[in-house]
Design a protein around this ligand. Structure first.
Ligand code: EPZ
Length: 417
């Protein structure tokens, strides 16, 4: 089994370039099922979730491959409804986007229950309710989901009971070719939703967003295009927590600072010096004070930064707290930080953290962001840490070991036997 070995307490100095956003690349890759022509997508991160998404499309008869370091070419003209790579669907949440995409492309879909980071139950009821609102019939059991419609889907007004990135994306995908105007309210406003809408419109769709309302006017077909996806905002924010823990100064290039504006304000309030340039940040961390945050849908504090921020609070003067309102069970990282001597206590959906001197330990990543948090904690700890289940981390962070080593971190990847 591969593991990451880190010797902590090294100051970070240097530059990193942020990769393309995994959570944009995945819906855009599956959206290519709506486009029977070549689509070339740039700034795609080389992470395992992306490779798996391409493999799923290939197993349907589509052409889907990297044609450059960070560019993929996808043509789904010859894609068939049957998916051979079904085992990969169970490994990632983003394969749930096959539902909206295949409903639009084939009028029906039958897939195994999608997987995803294991921090508690991850229902799909909002997705299915949206599809039903468009006239589809949805059948699900523990193993699989089947969605079909005996007649053409009909435009409608869909109100999401809860803000959901995945449900918003899936209902948009299902609405692209529906005659008339479909209105989706209480939508997620994450940049990756914006990214998908921009991509689809560049292919000829007619989708507009007004705040948390998305209006989709059905079109007859979509056309191939060339598109560059947004930079990964969570990766950029993750590296800011790393330098906050290790102290030092790093340049982060390839960012969209607009997506980070609220977090930049928060970090400045904690003592970070952050200088904004054209798609770049210079981050200097000397004395960092703690903070209290509450996670909520964009543009509020992102749930995907929660575990990494908890690691930062372990080293910030006075510590702080994190109230988790999106995934109230994403706390598996707590027991791992406790192995390092962290002073962290969970009460319900909130963790309370006091700063402490952490020691390196043998650690197990339990999901993508928890894994990134263990890297953070290990970078600041005294001595050696070993992090197992690296597969969780590399599914969402491109070249994380090289990027950290290039800015002075003492880190290496030990290949498994
Ligand atoms: C996406 O997950 C991301 N995954 C997650 O990132 C991210 O944490 C999440 O959005 C929130 O930003 C991908 O983009 C692949 P939701 P998603 O639907 O779409 C509940 C990462 O680390 N809900 O916005 O699954 C749900 O349980 C991953 O990159 C329902 O109740 O998240 C949660 O409490 C982890 N019913 C809340 O809504 C549903 O049908 C928000 O979930 C759907 C969701």
């Amino acid at each position: 089994m591969e593991k990451i070995v880190i010797y902590g307490k090294e100051k970070l100095e240097g530059s990193i370039k942020v990769s393309g956003m995994k959570n944009s690349a995945l819906p855009i890759i599956f959206a290519c099922l709506l486009i029977p022509e070549d689509c070339i997508i740039d700034n795609v991160p080389r992470v395992s979730d992306v490779s798996n998404a391409l493999k799923i499309l290939n197993s349907m008869g589509a052409k889907a491959e990297f044609c450059g370091q960070h560019s993929v070419i996808i043509n789904t003209k010859n894609a068939k409804e049957s998916i051979k790579e079904t085992s990969l669907i169970c490994q990632m949440r983003a394969s749930s986007y096959l539902m909206g995409a295949m409903l639009s492309r084939f009028g029906s879909v039958e897939i195994p229950m999608p997987g995803g980071c294991n921090f508690g139950v991850r229902p799909l009821d909002l997705h299915l309710k949206g599809f039903s609102g468009l006239g589809a019939i949805c059948e699900e059991n523990d193993e699989k989901i089947k969605i079909f419609s005996n007649k053409k889907l009909k435009c409608n007004k869909i109100i999401l009971d809860k803000i959901s990135v995945g449900a918003t994306i899936n209902i948009v995908l299902a609405s692209v070719f529906i005659d008339g105007v479909t209105v989706i309210s209480n939508c997620a406003m994450e940049p990756h939703v914006e990214d998908l809408i921009s991509f689809l419109n560049k292919c000829g769709a007619c989708i507009n967003r007004y705040g948390n309302v998305i209006i989709c006017k059905g079109v007859k077909r979509l056309y191939g295009t060339k598109y560059k996806i947004f930079p990964d905002m969570i990766e950029a924010l993750t590296y800011i927590t790393y330098v906050g823990i290790c102290k030092g100064s790093i340049d982060i290039s390839g960012v969209n600072t607009q997506h980070l504006s609220n977090e930049i304000k928060l970090f400045r309030g904690m003592g970070f010096k952050i200088f904004e340039g054209q798609s770049r940040l210079r981050v200097v961390a000397e004395v960092i004070n703690g903070a209290d945050v509450v996670t909520s849908p964009y543009p509020c504090f992102p749930t995907d930064l929660h575990p990494q921020f908890a690691a930062l609070l372990c080293y910030a003067n006075g510590g702080g707290s994190i109230k988790e309102l999106v995934f109230p069970t994403r706390f598996a990282y707590v027991k791992e930080l406790e192995k390092m001597g962290a002073c962290i206590k969970r009460h319900g959906n909130t963790v309370y953290i006091r700063d402490a001197d952490l020691k390196g330990a043998m650690l197990d990543a339990t999901d993508l962001r928890a894994g990134a948090a263990l890297v953070a904690a290990a970078l600041g700890a005294e001595g050696k840490s070993e992090i197992n289940n690296v597969n969780y981390i590399v599914r969402g962070y491109e070249n994380i070991v090289e990027k950290i080593a290039n800015i002075g971190g003492k880190i290496k990847l030990i290949k498994g036997d």
